[in-house]
Design a protein around this ligand. Sequence first.
Ligand SMILES: *Cc1c(COP(=O)(O)O)cnc(C)c1O
Length: 402
Amino acid sequence: MSINYKELADKYQTPFYAYDFDHITQQYTELKEAFRARKSLLAYAVKANSNLSVVKHLAEQGAGADCVSIGEVKRALKVGIAPYKIIFSGVGKIDDEIRQALELDILMINVESEAELDRVEVIAKELGKEARISVRVNPNIDPKTHPYISTGLHENKFGVDIDTAKRMYIKCKNSENLDAIGIHCHIGSQLTELEPIKESINIVADLVRNLKAIKMEISFFDVGGGLGIVYDDETLIDTKEYGQVIMEALFGLDITVVCEPGRFLVGNSGTFITKVLYEKINGDKRFVIVDGAMNDLIRPSLYNAYHKIEVLEKSENASDCNLVGPVCESGDFFAKNIELPATEHNDLVAIYSAGAYCFTMASNYNTRGKVAEIAIENGKDRLIRKREIFEDLIALEEEYIK
Ligand SMILES: *Cc1c(COP(=O)(O)O)cnc(C)c1O
């Protein structure tokens, strides 16, 4: 579907994010289909794009939620996701978050260390509850992705090794306040190779079989998220093959598959639209300066991530330049050394594949309000988050200067 960004820019001003909700539906349906041989739960990783309308849209398709803070859990509940479809992950849950998660009766807390398991037990005991948990296993597999988004190696902070996991399950077996219902691994993000996923899932499935042998039945096998999307010219993992690999690994086990996609569901749905302010030449270096900046979309600055970029309705006189924003940092760029056509004031620039880990990483640095977010569904656009204004930015400080 082609979206008329010019019209949207006239209506909502720039910069903004536009998300194609029909694309999100397609992605959800495709992945759900890959698991159809089994009972499955697609728990959307809310951190990828936590706009309430986005989460609600996925909830309407049947998605659950994978959350990494109690705030995300509340977002999921707010849009009608049932507690029994919500998982709470993360290496550093604070006591109060654990308490609230137990009180809200979500499906399970995904525990990432022995120390955390102890805390969960203590808090569950105080509440007179039995905490449903899963253990996040770190299979020590190189996911072959960017080091900042690799999570499945022992050098990464996530999860526990197999031996520790075993001890944790045995602890649960002997505890009145812990009920181990799940097992989990998530080796990284933007994965484009199936082999590391296969290896790690097989390692974890072996552990499930070992636990079964000592009469511990695990009901939920959480394969994590991580499926990659197209930023440039990546060859993606085939979702059918992905499903098959998982089904094969779980052969003979009576277990529900949980998958926690974030980027895959929303990443390619989003486009960031920003407007050209000026061009300038420093020495012989050309800069195109736009009204969007690193505080709106930080992936290029943070990970050196590539996003495809186009100046809309222009193609003449392309030459090398850096595309930069107004923020006072040399790290404020969307691309370095790219070919862009000659631009004029008010030309629109589209930055693609901006549906995941873009708005959610935005900040108010330089007292810049967060930009507007727009949904496109069935050919119609609607605002799903207002552009922040100055008053929003100072609201929590104002009373202290009076
Ligand atoms: C971030 C995260 C995900 C989602 O990762 P994607 O690459 O966006 O699919 C899934 N599970 C956990 C535990 C995560 O931290």
